[in-house]
Design a protein around this ligand. Structure first.
Ligand code: PEP
Ligand code: MG
Length: 584
């Protein structure tokens, strides 16, 4: 008789319910256990050649599909990959490995492509050096074909992705229509894979201990059900559980419809305090959905997604197109473009940044401006040009102090003077900073007067305040932004922004959590920017609460001992307001 399956719990990372066959995406593309060489060298070489041929064909098909989708630049990446897969020098290198060492074909192709990549990495031309990552990628792809590990980029059938972690670039490129859900054994709700999942409306649960062992034990055709709101994951669910999940899928769909219906309702507390709800987006295509869900502009456009999965940075013209598209979708409401925030968990191969021991504490984001000013100047020029079509704001990530603000303002002036010198038509942009490093909160008075607005990046602010890597599932107990230490920093920021007479918003993930959003309103925040799917739930939470009650609770929360205590205070308001609304 069939059992009820294995019930596991993780962190709810992106709302929605998903059900379907599990597809494992391995971090190591070729698990050692699956690399078994046959005794017959000729047979192993034949396997290698077949796999390389089919990988090359797959890559050409992928390039055609990507081009047909209107992404000609990305298609070029796959054309280049197809050529690498068919490169006789690389295949001969792998054949020599099999002949000399008797290894299996997968091990041989990984060794041959790694050796070729290492040579390329030694070249002085930066663009050529960046190709090393492509060569390794193709080697991994051929190896995956050989050992039968799923092709992440292709995702041939609709499936729930399971894995240890998911690279942001993969999360950005997997075919969305086939991505039924994401369940990860590691990661966290603020990792970029999770942020993308929320942006695209893909249900996701992360930090699911025991997930991979359960999936592997259940065999190849196992189905997985995930609930991205409760954090529940069932591996190999029985028919009763499947039906339960199908019901949940139906109610998630009706909640989505309700969010659209409610989009026109003012986000105002019962006692009349108006809050501005904005959207966080990663691609211009999301702006339309955000506007339809009632966002009054974009509070955070994470531009680094424009820089992923390509051989070189997007040109100024391409960026103007992307920013303009978002501006036009909002018809008069402002779009806040965040300057490139790379490093940390968002590496970009062609920038060839040297490896660092602590990338989250390293040369990331605005700190790159010293060596790579052109990256930021191009973005600023594009922002100025897009501003000719509607209101544009630009903010710099990872600002630590007044000297970083001075760097930002110099770049802004240089971009503006350059455009005017070339007589390029432009609009005006308003300049702001992200406050996401504790020093920026504590020294805010020294620079907030120089800018027009500030936005609190509570994801990073929490990780730097509590010294807990936001992507490390083992540190989950430190990941709740309702920690009183973070609330105090929010309060200090609100006071500093008031003194400087500038607007302050919150664009970290906490703004999209209805309970945390109530705490932020209680602390004095009046603008909240969030993933579009959170707009409906946050709007309803605000409309059902009293600002005077929230202020009182927030004051008390500042001296609470734990995030759980704070959460309990605000959850009680949210629940009582919810039942009052249902009773009315
Ligand atoms: C943040 O740190 O809160 C933020 C909004 O930026 P990101 O999550 O992209 O680092
Ligand atoms: Mg950040």
């Amino acid at each position: 008789m069939k059992t009820a399956g294995t019930l596991l719990h993780g962190v709810a990372a992106a709302a929605g319910v998903g059900f379907g066959p599990a597809r494992e995406i391995a971090r190591d593309p070729v698990p050692a256990a699956r690399r078994v060489a046959s005794a017959d060298v000729a047979a192993e070489i034949a396997l290698l050649r077949d796999a390389a041929r089919s990988a090359s064909m797959e890559l050409r098909t992928m390039a055609r599909a990507v081009r047909a989708d209107g992404h000609a630049d990305e298609a070029a990446i796959f054309v280049a990959h197809a050529a690498i897969a068919a490169d006789p020098a690389i295949i001969d290198g792998a054949v020599a490995e099999i002949q000399a060492r008797g290894v299996d074909a997968a091990t041989a192709i990984v060794a041959a492509t790694s050796a070729a990549a290492a040579q390329i990495e030694g070249l002085s031309d930066e663009l050529l050096r960046a190709r090393a990552a492509d060569v390794r990628d193709v080697g991994d792809r051929i190896a995956r074909t050989l050992v039968g590990v799923v092709e992440a980029e292709l995702l041939p059938e609709p499936a729930v992705i399971v894995g240890e972690d998911l690279a942001p670039s993969l999360a950005a490129t997997l075919p969305r229509e086939r991505l039924l859900g994401i369940a990860l054994e590691g990661s966290s709700a603020t990792a970029h894979a999770a942020i993308l999942a929320r942006a695209y409306g893909i249900p996701a649960v992360v930090g699911v201990a025991g997930l991979l062992a359960a999936v592997r034990a259940a065999g190849p055709a196992v189905h997985v059900a995930i609930d991205g709101s409760s954090g529940e994951v069932i591996v190999d669910p029985d028919p009763v559980s499947r039906d339960r999940f199908r019901d949940r899928m139906a109610s998630a769909e009706s909640a989505r419809r309700r969010d659209v219906d409610d989009a026109g309702l003012a986000p105002e507390t019962l006692d009349g305090l108006a809050i501005t709800l904005l959207a966080n987006i990663g691609t211009p295509a999301e702006a339309g959905t955000a506007a339809a869900l009632g966002a009054r502009g974009v509070g955070l456009f994470r531009t680094e997604f424009l820089f992923l999965e390509r051989p070189s940075p997007p040109s100024e013209d391409e960026q103007v197109d992307a920013y303009r598209q978002a501006v036009e979708a909002f018809g008069g409401n402002p779009v806040t473009i965040r300057l490139l925030d790379v490093g940390g968990d968002k590496p970009i191969p062609y920038l060839a940044l040297p490896p660092e021991d602590n990338p989250f504490l390293g040369v990331r984001a605005l700190r790159l401006a010293g060596d790579r000013p052109e990256l930021f100047l191009t973005q600023l020029r594009a922002a100025y040009r897009a501003a000719a079509s509607g209101p544009v704001k630009v903010m710099a990530p990872m600002v630590a102090d007044a000297s970083d603000v001075a760097t930002l303002l110099e770049l802004v002036a240089e971009a503006r003077v350059g455009l005017d010198h070339d007589s390029v038509p432009r609009g005006e942009i308003s300049i702001g900073v992200m406050v996401e490093i504790p020093s920026a909160v504590l020294a805010a008075d020294s620079f907030l007067g120089e800018v027009a607005f500030a936005s609190l990046g509570t994801n990073d602010l929490l990780q730097y305040t509590i010294a807990a890597d936001r992507g490390n599932a083992a540190l989950r107990r430190y990941h709740d932004p309702l920690h009183p230490a973070l609330l105090r920093l929010v309060r200090l920021s609100v006071e500093a922004a008031d003194r400087a007479g500038i607007e302050l918003s919150v664009c970290g993930e906490m703004a999209g959590d209805p309970i945390a959003a109530l705490a932020l309103v209680g602390l004095g925040v009046r603008q909240l920017s969030m993933t579009p799917s959170s707009l409906g739930p946050v709007r309803r939470a605000i409309r059902s609460a009293d600002a005077s009650v929230l202020e009182r609770l927030a004051l008390a929360a500042l001296t609470d001992a734990s995030a759980e205590g704070v959460r309990a205070r605000f959850a009680a308001v949210a629940v009582s307001a919810d039942s009052a609304r249902r009773g009315s």
